[in-house]
Design a binder for this molecule. Structure first.
Ligand SMILES: [Zn+2]
Length: 141
């Protein structure tokens, strides 16, 4: 999935959790949620976030491969003890990647869950559009 789709889905998840009072609003919380929604792709040096820390990202990609342990619930469990917003943002990324043909090994290295939505395809563009509209609705209402 493209970073903008992860970003819009992350913001949508944050606003939805906020609406049901499952998180408290703060700029820091929103920022951590957004970082969390992009962070799993740190294991790919050509990704939006990987591009920001190329050497670190390239090293992770060599050691763990893209969509390896960094795309698993093990990291989500670890982040749970660090920060809730970062953890939930991270989880939103994994959920979205799981509808892609490459899928996600939630319990790495076992059990790949995947779908049919191709990264950069028309369906992903529609998802992005719907996420943006829902974000707009949640902000307005
Ligand atoms: Zn990813």
């Amino acid at each position: 999935m493209k970073y903008k789709t992860h970003l819009s889905f992350g913001i949508l998840c944050y606003l939805s959790l906020l609406r049901y009072s499952l998180v408290d609003f703060s700029i820091a919380g929103l920022a951590l949620f957004i970082v969390g929604s992009l962070l799993p792709d740190i294991d790919k040096h050509t990704s939006f976030i990987g591009h920001k820390a190329k050497i670190f990202s390239f090293s992770l990609e060599l050691l763990f491969r893209h969509r390896g342990i960094f795309h698993s619930l093990w990291v989500v469990f670890l982040l749970w003890f660090i920060n809730l917003e970062l953890c939930l943002g991270y989880l939103s990324h994994l959920i979205l990647d799981s509808i892609n043909p490459k899928g996600v090994k939630f319990f790495w290295p076992w059990f790949t869950i995947n779908g049919r939505v191709k990264a950069g395809g028309i369906v992903e563009s529609l998802f992005f559009l719907v996420f943006c509209l829902l974000v707009l609705m949640l902000v307005i209402y």
